[in-house]
Design a binder for this molecule. Structure first.
Ligand code: PMP
Length: 400
């Protein structure tokens, strides 16, 4: 039977996938040396691999059976402690363990987004956040972003132009993916006000908040307004521990927990019990804090190395963000002379991978920009990768 004749659901055409995730397979197929600035993942040497291996070998009764959908109680307890230690009090009836942050985003959209609903997203934003909202038929509005995060002051005009209020506002408040910028406290407060006026849920996606290596933390949305029912927080261990574990959690209004459980039961019954046990034992062993302290210093070094390399190789030809934490730099080419999508193939052949700007927009914006992940490579490799990027830019310039 030809592909066109398959009885696909209408929603299948709204599934856009992720250029970022596909880069993992693309890179796995390459046989030459590539400096990897594409995926947002810690390098193996910055994951506590030995400890995780040791804990994953622990044998406990029921480890390979089904677990409760809301999460292993011991892990929920550790998550409550982790949040409380960072000033964000919570309770077990607010926590649902998820299969990575992605499942948290999926659950948020599944519970709040009907086809045709307006969802405000940051422009640029995390590709998979857009993809998730679109998979539920959302109509996205891309709101501008500057050095202080989402330009919340612009939202009333965007909403007036749209002629209706948003069902959800999707924000990545700390060290945003892809730009690295952080939402200021004043804007967090304004966002809470506007969401309250409009009755919009705030999908507060914060995988990087604990990876701050400069300056003081800004209070989380739920610290500024504890108990606000419109805040739906999506968290993950992927960036602070290891993405392959696929463990995250949602912290949301207790009234949502039974719905989250129903929705999750129709997805995966429960999150992997062995992976939850490994994370639980790691946390209970008191290893997270020392691990974070170690990696924060190394990430700062890597960020500095990447900014220095960009300055050295490109000078004023690029504008580069200067994040206080997280994984990413957002690089914009001056004068719109470089199309980062067109550059990609040449860069890959030169031996460097990144994510082109348009991947972070559903409006085909940001052709003059790209995202670089500094978390995966050593300072020496970072310099080499940026030098390769410069060669690729020169090569397409010469070919024009
Ligand atoms: N949100 C953002 C902003 C992210 O950067 C990521 C991972 N790249 C996720 C969610 C998804 O996290 P996970 O890998 O735990 O599904």
């Amino acid at each position: 039977m030809a592909q066109g004749q398959l009885p696909l659901a209408h929603r299948a055409s709204d599934l856009i996938g992720s250029i970022i995730d596909s880069s993992t397979s693309l890179l796995a197929r390459q046989t030459h040396d590539i400096v990897r600035f594409a995926m947002g993942a810690p390098s193996d040497d910055l994951m506590p691999v030995e400890l995780l291996d040791r804990y994953s070998a622990h044998s406990v009764p029921g480890k390979y059976s089904y677990g409760s959908t809301e999460g292993e109680p011991d892990l929920v307890e550790q998550i409550i402690k982790l949040q409380t230690d960072h000033g964000i009090a919570t309770t077990a009836d607010r926590i649902t363990v998820t299969t990575g942050g992605m499942q948290g985003l999926d659950l948020a959209c599944k519970l709040f987004v009907d086809p045709g609903d307006l969802v405000i997203v940051e422009g640029p934003t995390y590709t998979n956040g857009n993809a998730t909202a679109l998979s539920y038929g959302a109509q996205l509005i891309e709101a501008p972003l500057d050095d202080n995060g989402l330009v919340v002051e612009a939202l009333p005009d965007l909403v007036a132009q749209a002629g209706r209020t948003p069902k959800a506002i999707y924000t990545i408040p700390n060290f945003q993916n892809p730009s690295g910028v952080t939402l200021s406290q004043r804007r967090r407060e304004l966002l809470l006000d506007l969401a309250g006026q409009w009755g919009s849920v705030i999908i507060d996606d914060d995988p990087y908040g604990l990876l701050r290596f400069e300056n003081r933390p800004i209070p989380a949305l739920s610290q500024l307004d504890p108990g606000n029912r419109l805040i739906f927080s999506v968290r993950t261990f992927s960036k602070i521990l290891a993405p392959g574990l696929r463990i995250g959690w949602v912290d949301a209004d207790p009234g949502l927990q039974s719905l989250l459980i129903n929705a999750k039961q129709a997805m995966d019954t429960c999150t992997s019990v062995p992976a939850q046990r490994t994370v639980t034992d790691f946390l209970a062993g008191g290893h997270l804090q020392p691990h974070l302290e170690r990696v924060r210093g190394l990430y700062r070094e890597r960020k500095d190395a990447m900014r220095t390399a960009l300055q050295h190789h490109f000078g004023d030809a690029v504008r580069v963000t200067d994040p206080d934490g997280g994984f990413f730099l957002w690089v914009t080419f001056a004068g719109k002379v470089v199309d980062t999508q067109a550059l990609f193939e040449t860069a890959l052949a030169e031996g460097v991978a990144y994510i082109p700007g348009p991947a972070f927009s559903t409006a085909d914006n940001f052709h003059d920009a790209l995202r670089l992940c500094f978390a995966t490579s050593t300072p020496e490799r970072i310099d080499e990768g940026v030098a390769r990027l410069k060669r690729a830019v020169d090569a397409i310039g010469a070919a024009r």
